[in-house]
Design a protein around this ligand. Sequence first.
Ligand code: ADP
Ligand code: MG
Length: 248
Amino acid sequence: MNRSGALIEIDNIRKSFGDFQVLKGISLTVQKGEAVCIIGPSGSGKSTILRCINGLIPVDEGFIRVGEHRVHEMKTEKAMRPLRHQVAMVFQQYNLFPHRTALENIMMAPIQVLGHDRAEVEDRARKLLKKVRLSEKANNYPGQLSGGQQQRVAIARALAMQPEVILFDEVTAALDPETVKEVLFTIRELVDDGLTCILVTHEMKFAREVSHRVCFTDHGLIVESAPPAELFDNPQDPRTREFLGQVL
Ligand code: ADP
Ligand code: MG
């Protein structure tokens, strides 16, 4: 099934943990180059949606396609591998390797996982460090970097795999307010460059200014999905209105 030219197509996915149904029929289509923000209360299923998209969690029902990959049909880690190369994920906890420099952190996966040529990978890694404005930190270890700098290295590391899409899960939630800005600035530049991404975020101003579309989730459903100006200025569902009333 490839009913549209969309890069990502999710149709009516359901997921339970034990008796608890976390996703109750989520549908979402993302075009190439689109930046979609997912907002919603804690526990509404936002992270679970992202984990289903890159196959970290198998869905119980429904359909997920990313590019050529029919994710809902993939059963083994081996089958997942090409998908994981196409779909990068950046988390709240950056999880850099502490005994590797910023540059080495970015180079590891392309060399070890993709088997790319070391000199080529290093060249690309330096360009990525420049892109996230950390050229001068190439030889620093994660412990010598601020949280925001570490998160930008983590973003560069994700980009080093040359993914088709990046999933960002509350990547600024653990950062000091001063460093949140620099990370959001980096993401904004990537969106401007045409990177396809899905961002779970609590940064409403960022969602409004940067995303093409915002989805509001509540209790395992996408309650409302609209361009940011519409969703923030004229929310249609009472649950969206209530949530925005609390966070804005
Ligand atoms: P959000 O990211 O919106 O805060 P999550 O997708 O992380 O929400 O979680 C949604 C619900 O599913 C929460 O109630 C959470 O406790 C539950 N949940 C998530 N992952 C698991 C898991 N692996 N096992 C059991 N329950 C889980
Ligand atoms: Mg979450």
